[in-house]
Write a protein of this length. Structure first.
Length: 303
C-alpha cells in the first residue's frame, strides 16, 4: 500500500453538511466531501489517525523572506496552544498571475490569493505538502472499509469514528487516511482476478470485497493488536465467520503486507499503541479458524 490520502476529519464533523460553494473555504470543504463520497462507493481501506493538535495563530502576522516565496506562518501547537511557527517555500499554482500572494489567516485555514487563483490550505495541508523539520508520527487508532451506501464517513456520521474523535478531540486532531491497496495474488493458476470467470463485473466486485475483508482483518490485528479495543462481540463474530468462509473457499495460506506511503511528508510515519514508528511497515499474516495472527518481517536493505 503506497497510495494514501489524508483528510482532516474534524472539518467534516464540525461544519454544515453543505458548505457555501461561493466561498473558497466552502469549495475546499466540498471537495473533501466529494473525495470521501467517491471512496464510499469503492471497496477501499481507511485508518483513523490522530495528530498533535495544530492551529494557525491569526493574532500574529505572517512574515515573508527577502526576495523569495519563503513564508513564516505562526502556529499554536499542542493541547496548551503553545506559540510556534513554521517556514515554508511556497510553490505558485498553475494560473497564478502575481509573484507573491496576499495572505488571509484563520484558525484552520490559510488563504493565498495568487490573482487568478485562490489557494486554501488547512494547517495539516501546509505541514503535509511543504518541507519542515517536524517528524511527529501519525497514530493509527482504527481500521475500516470505505464501502458504504449511506456515505456516513463523508458526512461525519460513522459511529466508530465519531467515538474516537470525541475521545481525543481535547488534545489531538483526528484525520482519516484512505488507502488504495495494490494486490498481487499467486496460485497454481495465477492471480484469480485475471481468470475469465472472475472478469464478470459482479464477480469481480465480490472478489474485491473478499480481498478487502482479509486486508482489513490483517491491518486491524497489526495496528490495533490481537484484542482490539472498541470492537464488539457481534462484529468480532461476523469477521471470524467471514474469514473462515474465505479461507475454506480460497485455501488462503499467507498474506504479506507492506505499507509505505509515497505522499504526506512527515505524516507518512505511522505508529500505534502496538507498533513502533516507521515509514515502512512490513508483516506476514496467517489465518487459522477465522483468527488472524501477524508477524513483523525484517526490512529489506535500502538501495
Amino acid at each position: 500500500m503506497t497510495d494514501g490520502k489524508f483528510h482532516w476529519y474534524d472539518l467534516l464533523a464540525g461544519f454544515p453538511d453543505k458548505p457555501d460553494f461561493r466561498e473558497p473555504i466552502g469549495r475546499y470543504l466540498r471537495r473533501m466531501q466529494f473525495d470521501l463520497e467517491a471512496a464510499n462507493e469503492r471497496p477501499l481501506l481507511y485508518c483513523v489517525v490522530t495528530r498533535p493538535r495544530m492551529r494557525y495563530d491569526p493574532s500574529r502576522a505572517t512574515q515573508w523572506g527577502f526576495f523569495s516565496l519563503k513564508l513564516t506562518v505562526p502556529l499554536l501547537s499542542g493541547a496548551h496552544a503553545t506559540r510556534d511557527s513554521v517556514t515554508v517555500e511556497l510553490k505558485p499554482p498553475f494560473g497564478a498571475t502575481v509573484k507573491k500572494p496576499s495572505v488571509i489567516l484563520t484558525e484552520n485555514f490559510l488563504n493565498l490569493n495568487w490573482g487568478g487563483v485562490i489557494e486554501v490550505l488547512s494547517v495539516h495541508d501546509l505541514l503535509m505538502q511543504y518541507v519542515h523539520d517536524r517528524k511527529l508520527a501519525s497514530q493509527v487508532l482504527h481500521v475500516g472499509q470505505t464501502l458504504d451506501p449511506e456515505g456516513r464517513l463523508a458526512k461525519g456520521r460513522l459511529p466508530a469514528v465519531q467515538r474516537l474523535r470525541q475521545q481525543h478531540s481535547e488534545h489531538s486532531d483526528t484525520l482519516v487516511l484512505v488507502l488504495q491497496p495494490e494486490i498481487t495474488a499467486s496460485s497454481p493458476d495465477g492471480d484469480p482476478a485475471d481468470l475469465a470467470g472472475n472478469q464478470i463485473p459482479d464477480v469481480a466486485a465480490a472478489l474485491a470485497r473478499i480481498r478487502m475483508d482479509v486486508l482489513e482483518a490483517a491491518l486491524i490485528c497489526y495496528f490495533e493488536g490481537p484484542t482490539p479495543a472498541g470492537r464488539y462481540g457481534e462484529e468480532k463474530e461476523r469477521r471470524r465467520n467471514r474469514l473462515q468462509e474465505v479461507q475454506q473457499a480460497w485455501e488462503l495460506d499467507t498474506l504479506e503486507v507492506a505499507v509505505e506511503l509515497e505522499a504526506g511528508g512527515s505524516y507518512r510515519y505511522l505508529a500505534s499503541e502496538h507498533v513502533a514508528v516507521a515509514r515502512r511497515h512490513l508483516f506476514r499474516c496467517k489465518l487459522a479458524d477465522g483468527c488472524v495472527s501477524v508477524a513483523k518481517l525484517p526490512q529489506p536493505p535500502t538501495a
